[in-house]
Ligand binder design. Structure first.
Ligand code: NAD
Ligand code: ZN
Length: 360
């Protein structure tokens, strides 16, 4: 499958499928302006499983390798600095290419290296997680600051995204679950048929069939693509992609990053946002059935014990979307019809309590 992404700054292809990595060599060799050198940034886990296969398929001499720690540890200033040092030592110049080979963390890091090295060089995303169907498309790249996640970043679109489903085979189930939450999100904010198709077809995340995987990842990327085509820099509708994320981010931050995966937190956030939507916008939706589906897929459906409601609300207020004493939430008027709603802090507290204490 191929999806074309159009933004105001660049258009680029996303190739999705088993064996898609075979396209990489041609994409590099056919570049309009040829590359003087190439650096691939990957993490220890992805390197262990897949770096040989990556080199085998690219079959290009002299690719510089930069292997960084796995997971969120990749997005620190130190690792970022280290990548820049490697780039300088290996004499990458303004016509060089950076390839990101890994999940969302590596993608965000490598993209930010590419965005800032010599005021910006070209890069290609080769995502290896389900979650990265979301993060590899759209051009948001960042590292973390000790005072906040993703606080230091840029918009820098890739030249291409090559999404080979074979790499997903080594992904642990909890990472599949994390990424699949973003697929559910993409369906809920865009298309009722897509959502009910997922509900029908996906009953387990451990043995995923390739054709279903291809279908929902392609759909998810199309949704993301259509949103950013209209709003690359998040001045308007790109905010809809934050569905489930206001509470989700607060849970992640309060529990401590790494304690719950991003998607696990977003799943709880979506359940809450759906309940709010039925309450405040009259959304016609069976939240109980949704909750049961989530449970069957192995998601937690309540906020981890021990987190304080007051602290969660504080976190939500710090969210980039907050103004005055209201907190901006993405809610749904209907499945596929999101809206950005300002909710009074007190109303939010009342609903959060109900959600925590009674699961309602
Ligand atoms: P990740 O990159 O940390 O990957 C999760 C774990 O899976 C890591 O330990 C990694 O080593 C491992 N892994 C990756 N590919 C594997 C494979 N094929 N087989 C086995 N293990 C593999 O995290 P993620 O969940 O992909 O992405 C999360 C990150 O993405 C966060 O930092 C988040 O901020 C960012 N993000 C960015 C955007 C964006 O628009 N830029 C959007 C959403 C999320
Ligand atoms: Zn997300």
């Amino acid at each position: 499958e191929k999806v074309n992404i159009h933004t105001s700054t660049k258009s680029y292809p996303v190739y999705i499928g088993k064996g898609a990595i075979q396209q990489l060599r041609d994409i590099i060799l056919d570049a309009e302006e040829s590359y003087t050198s190439i650096m691939v940034i990957t993490d220890e886990t992805v390197a262990k499983y897949h770096l040989d296969s990556f080199h085998e398929h690219t079959a290009l001499e002299g690719i510089v390798e930069k292997i960084v720690p796995s997971g969120e540890q990749a997005k620190t200033f130190d690792v970022y600095n280290d990548c820049l040092s490697s780039a300088l030592e290996n004499k990458l110049d303004r016509k060089s290419l950076i390839i990101s080979f890994g999940g969302g963390a590596v993608g965000d890091l490598a993209g930010f290296v590419a965005a800032t090295y010599m005021r910006g060089i070209r890069f290609i995303q080769v995502p290896t997680t389900i979650l990265a169907h979301d993060s590899a498309v759209g051009g948001k790249v960042a590292v973390n600051h000790p005072l906040g996640k993703n606080m230091i970043g840029a918009f820098h679109q890739p030249e291409a995204v090559i999404y080979d489903l074979d790499f997903l085979q080594t992904l642990p189930e909890h990472e599949v679950r994390s990424g699949f939450a973003e697929v559910i999100k993409h369906s809920l904010i865009s298309d009722e048929n897509f959502y009910y198709w997922l509900r029908e077809e996906i009953q387990s995340l451990d043995k995923m069939n390739d054709s279903k995987l291809l279908k929902f990842l392609t759909k998810g990327i199309q949704v993301k693509g259509s949103v950013i085509a209209e709003d690359e820099k998040e001045t308007g509708i790109r905010a809809f992609l934050n569905f489930g994320h206001t509470l989700g981010h607060a849970i992640e931050a309060e529990a401590g990053y790494g304690k719950v995966t991003h998607g696990a937190a977003v799943a709880i956030g979506m359940l809450f946002a759906l309940k709010l939507s039925t309450q405040l916008l009259g959304l016609d939706f069976n939240t109980e059935a949704f909750k049961i589906w989530l449970k069957n897929l192995g998601y937690e459906t309540s906020i981890p014990a021990g987190l304080s409601n007051v602290q969660l609300i504080e976190r939500m207020k710090q969210d980039k979307k907050a103004v005055n004493n209201t907190i901006r939430f993405v809610l749904l008027e209907k499945i596929g019809v999101p809206a950005l709603i300002e909710i009074d802090e007190k109303v939010l507290m009342m609903n959060l309590k109900k959600f925590v204490e009674k699961g309602e």
